[in-house]
Design a binder for this molecule. Structure first.
Ligand code: HH2
Length: 285
């Protein structure tokens, strides 16, 4: 399948001829990476401003932690956390806002508040989610997860993790196409750390070229994750920056087009060096 050149986010058209950075704004008290730091509306907006100034192409707003064992957040609380912030970011910053949610009610309200992308770690498996996205003009990131955040790390099992994740992702993309979603709105994500052991994550990472070949832009989220900590001798979250940036660059080399990261400036610097000194893409002359 030919490589897609643009990503349509409800009016915002992002070019994919260079890797894009999705900056994370977690409006949660309990996220594993930055829990509680941006839990107020003004603090979160300030953080979004900073990330855009640092080079974020998309802002991903999340109101429910998906770390292993996390408690589900009631609908009202999630709406209260994310909807005003989405409206604030849209009013002030010229980047598409993505909403990190698995709840159709939150998706609906986020779209009404101006979100240009739905980022669902549950792969649009909630009832009505896929139809809701199909009726909108937003982009959608479909992620693979085995189990639920509460249970996913208990005993993940695969016969062939790359083949199984690939089959799930292409099945979801086909389901979206069948409901009339244009391919330029679809992004796929293997879901690092979501129902995967370290060995599964490593196999999946090495299988990125195969997943890229499905034909949609791949989004990769490894920023500050425990796989980075494990590969660095059980390093705590605060010591995972360089490992995260190194992994992001390798992901780009393997074909990833969107990097979901907490450390936007450092990732943008690494990409700038890569663009200046790395191999030219074919067709660039
Ligand atoms: N990872 C997290 C959350 N959302 N979405 C996509 N598409 N891909 C990911 O890899 C991904 C994601 C987990 O990271 P974080 O948001 O920092 O933590 P928490 O879920 O604890 O808020």
């Amino acid at each position: 399948m030919p490589e897609r050149l643009t990503l349509d986010c409800a009016g915002h058209r992002l070019r994919l001829d260079r890797p894009l950075i999705m900056g994370v704004v977690n409006v949660t008290p309990d996220s594993f990476s930055d829990g509680g730091r941006f839990a107020t509306r003004e603090g979160a907006l300030d953080h979004a401003r900073r990330l855009v100034a640092d080079g974020a192409d998309i802002i991903d707003v999340g109101g429910e932690s998906t770390r292993p064992g996390a408690e589900a957040v009631p609908l009202d609380a999630e709406l209260e956390r994310v909807i005003p912030l989405i409206a604030d970011v849209r009013a002030e910053l010229d980047v598409p806002v993505s909403v990190d949610t698995s709840k159709p009610e939150v998706m609906r309200a986020a779209l009404a508040a101006g979100a240009g992308m739905i980022n669902d770690v549950n792969g649009l498996r909630a009832q009505g989610a896929i139809e809701l996205v199909a009726r909108s003009e937003a982009a959608v990131c479909v992620m693979h997860m085995q189990g639920t955040p509460r249970s996913m790390q208990q005993r993940p099992q695969y016969r062939d993790v790359v083949a199984e994740v690939g089959a799930f992702l292409s099945g979801r993309a086909d389901a979206l196409l069948a409901r009339g979603v244009a391919p330029e709105r679809i992004v796929l994500d293997p879901g690092f750390g979501f129902g995967k052991t370290l060995e599964h994550n490593i196999a999946l990472f090495r299988g990125l070229p195969e997943l890229t070949a499905i034909g949609y832009p791949l989004l990769i989220g490894v920023s500050r994750k425990s796989m980075i900590g494990a590969l660095l001798g059980n390093r705590p979250v605060t010591g995972r920056l360089i490992g995260s940036v190194a992994a992001a660059m390798l992901a780009v080399h393997a074909g990833a087009r969107i990097l979901r990261v907490h450390d936007v400036r450092e990732t943008a610097d690494a990409l700038a060096i890569q663009a200046a000194l790395g191999e030219r893409q074919t067709g660039e002359g």
